[in-house]
Design a protein around this ligand. Sequence first.
Ligand code: SF4
Ligand code: SF4
Length: 156
Amino acid sequence: MGAYFSEIFLGLKSLAIGLGITFREFFKPVVTVPYPYKTLKMCERYRGHIELVENEEGTPKCIACGMCQRACPSGCISLASKSVAYEVEVKGEMKTKKKKVLTKYDLNFTTCSLCGQCIESCNFDAIVFSKEYNLASSRKEDFHFDLLNRLKERNS
Ligand code: SF4
Ligand code: SF4
C-alpha cells in the first residue's frame, strides 16, 4: 500500500516539475522563427550566391572586364558585353569615346563553391555575396541565375 502511494506522489512530483519548467519557458523570449512565414536577417559575413551591385543610376557597376570570370575556379560565371559610343567634352571639344556595357551576366550556382575569388578579383566592388539562403528546387535549371535580370527586377 505504501509503495502505491509513493508512486502516486513521485508521479505528481515529476508532473509538477515538468509543468514548472514549461511555465518558466513560457515567459522567456521566443528564440525560434515560424519559417517560412518569417525569415531571419542573415549576418554580415553570410555567403549566398553572388549578386551584381548597382551604381547611383541603378545600372550595374560592372564594367565587363571579365576578371571575375577568369578568377572563378569552377567556371560558374558567363558574361558578355557590347561596345557603346558616348560623347565627352575634352578641352571644350566634344569627342566620341567608346565603353563596354554589360549585356549578360549568368551564374551557374550548381557548381559554385562560394570561395569568393570572383569578388576578390573585382576592382570595382561590382559583385557581392547575396543574403539568399532559402533556395530549394529539384530542378538544376532553377540554380542558373541571370544576375543582370535580377538587378533590373530589383530596380523596377
Ligand atoms: S563584376 Fe567586376 S571583375 Fe567581374 S566583369 Fe564586372 S567589373 Fe569585372
Ligand atoms: S564564389 Fe567562387 S566558385 Fe562561386 S562564382 Fe565566385 S569564384 Fe566562382
